[in-house]
Design a protein around this ligand. Structure first.
Ligand code: ZN
Length: 172
């Protein structure tokens, strides 16, 4: 009898653990229903969430036209984050560039809106291999607000570095 109970309690433990694991994996591969994310931005949103290891909530990511207060289109601005509103607009022109560019700009704007990161323009902090390549030290470099050919090249070459830098140097 004791043996059966032990086996049963062991099985129950395994069941609970697998349910928790499945829900965690599911949560990380799903966009929470409180978000509004443009179809084109969804794969990048999920990739960001995977690196972040947290479920993002109440965020809006739109791919469209960026305008100033006077209603004029800001053609050269690649993306923008309205921090308080948790509202990101990615310029639809960004989506005519490369996949690297699409990803880098979405990560930059979510860096502001979700990670609360400010612009980082401190070249001194960059590791030598980044300096040698004449690349910025962070995806949060302010130069990326506008379309930036250098960003495409640098992100393509040093993606792992930039993703580490983005998530490991969160401002507490
Ligand atoms: Zn920015």
């Amino acid at each position: 009898m004791d043996k059966i109970n032990m086996v049963w309690s062991f099985l129950k433990k395994i069941l609970v653990i697998s349910i928790i694991m499945t829900t965690t994996v599911y949560a990380k591969n799903t966009i929470h229903k409180s978000n509004v994310v443009d179809k084109q931005a969804r794969p990048y949103f999920l990739k960001f969430q995977k690196h972040y290891k947290k479920v993002i909530k109440n965020m809006t990511v739109i791919v469209g036209t960026i305008r100033n207060k006077a209603g004029e289109e800001l053609r050269n601005v690649a993306g923008v984050c309205f921090y308080r509103a948790r509202y990101v607009i990615i310029n639809k022109r960004t989506f005519r560039r490369t996949k690297n560019m699409q990803e880098a700009i979405i990560f930059h704007e979510l860096g502001h809106c979700e990670l609360k990161r400010k612009h980082s323009d401190n070249k001194i902090d960059a590791p030598q291999f980044i300096k040698n390549d004449k690349c910025p030290e962070s995806l949060m470099n302010s130069g990326h607000t506008e379309f930036d050919r250098n960003l495409d090249r640098c992100y393509n070459r040093h993606k792992d570095y930039y993703i580490d830098e983005l998530f490991l140097r969160l401002e507490k």
